[in-house]
Design a protein around this ligand. Sequence first.
Ligand code: MIG
Length: 665
Amino acid sequence: MPQIYRFGTPIETGALAASVPVETGQALKKYCTLEKDPQGGWKMILALQDNDVVYGLGESMRGINKRGWEYIADNLDDPNLTEDRRNLYGAHNFLIVQSDPCLGIFIDAPEKVRFDIGFSRQDRLAIEFPGNADVLILEGEKPSAIAHEFRQLIGPSWIPPLFAFGFGQSRWGYASKKDFEEIALRADELRLPLDMIFMDIDYMDRYKDFTFSKEFSDFPSFADFFRKQKLHLIPIIDAGVKEETGYDVYEEGVKNNYFVKCEDGKTDFVGAVWPGYALFPDFFNPKAAAWFGEKYKVLTDAGIDGFWNDMNEPALFYSRQGMDRLRGWLAEYAKKGPEAYAMFALENHVGSLKNAPEDYRSMHHLLNGQWISHERLHNLYGAKMSEAAANAFKKLRPGLRTLLFSRSSYIGMHRHSGIWTGDNCSWWDHILLMIHQLPALSMCGFLYSGCDLGGFGRDTTRDLLLRFLQLGVFTPLMRNHSAAGTRLQEIWQFENPEDFRHLLDCRYRLIPWLYSEFLKASVNNTLLFSPLSFVFDQDEFTKEVEDQLMLTEQVMIAPVYRQNAKGRLVWLPEAMRKVVMKPDGSVETVMMEAGHHYVPYALNELVFFLREEALLPLAKPALRTADLDFEDLTLIGNPQGSYELWTDDGISLNAPISKRLLRME
Ligand code: MIG
């Protein structure tokens, strides 16, 4: 039986959708030792045996097995996703300890939580959480059962519109109409499947949310041009609202006290982000949330049906107070003249302006009639922004699904939004990072997710982009996105675009199946991606496999993530059917014995594995998801097998699902 152990008076986070019995926090002692720290927080400590594995933590660094590092839930905008990072953009405080018995642990608290998973001591799991927290404990026989139970408790994962499974082209820096038109044009010329074109911050008038630069003054007709080609423009919305007299969003927000305040509860908190000085909507105030949500109307009225919410940790380049502090310090420093470590002191003072803890501490929200510091609910801010948007869409686009994904997140947000995993780099290791994150995201309900394919920061290469796409073929969000200033990364920047086209064709051919499996995973609260060990739990070696994934219980993927490799070693826990989708459009399947194999995997083919009993439908290639024929399917796999295909209309909220049993005659 799931059980909540309650400490203090936790803030309502909305993470759980089901009601779970509550006991006093002290009763947690039956699972662990419990220590109180002088600041009022708690530390729970569990012993780890040699063979125990710890899974979970959604979007975080390191492996599928989280042992051997310390992770901190503290949503942060920092684009350096190196191995030693402790906190990323989202707080997904759920983990599964595979031990005897298996335990699921969810720390439901939107402030800082520290997971020391064998960092201080290899044989110990220590979780430090604040004085106000709900600790949910699940017991089960297997990790997969615990994951399933957790997903039931947090409620069904959000289902995006069908077009969101198409390919998306994006780049920070597209600013002119021509930039966007060019994408449609080139994709057309090269016959590249495409459904979405993303608009980054440069479509706005000086980074003001819900405005357009001069270039897009006739936005509705501009949007129409793409709609006619069955392409979806997906604009970005940032959390910070520019401080500017005459700007309606700013003025209305100030007048109605809709922005986050300083400690005094009166002055608006001002931080610098892309628009310069900016204010932050207080999404915890229902009126402010409804008001901000309404603002998407200028875009939905123009036919826009998808958005990405960015900078909602919220990211702070610096604050007005921080800049004042720096000025004071610099004046003093200039008087003194340089001393030892001068450069470090300077760098530290300037660098620590960014996302400064004292700024987050000074931000204040009025919650249930009481002023509380942002620090106490920091990890929920981005989720609340996306909830505001999702609620507004119900009115702005009644009965229709709207694509939405967010950078910052908290468990619970998975019921109305997806995520992307932020500013990765054009690094081979970041293919592996996505492989590690996908199953953990599934455990936390974030089924609609993906990374920036090709890598966001730094320069990509042709082979890296192809390898990223070979993984991206399987991730619900499949988007090529890159940062301004990096090497151009659209497919047409590279030789032999037909190799890329083939991978996109593979994706579109797989969409009926992928979408069907997505629906099942959402409705049945099952994992879309899981570690091999969740499915093959009799086999000890699979616990060590960190570069292959199960995508549903029937398909195994083993992407290549090393440069110049012409294939890779693959572990088959049982006899499986290797599927190769060849560049000429043919599909080769061959049974392989259980065991270790070197499997060739060329840049221009798609390789994956089916369990022996599995049957999988493939559609004919199409250039748009809307043109996919869900009736005209080829079946591959077990000649005696069957497949239940789930479909719906792909656009309506609560669309009825129809189920069709497919068999090879
Ligand atoms: O500070 O809008 O993660 O996808 O291209 C950078 C510009 C702000 C961060 C996002 C990235 C986006 C970029 N944004």
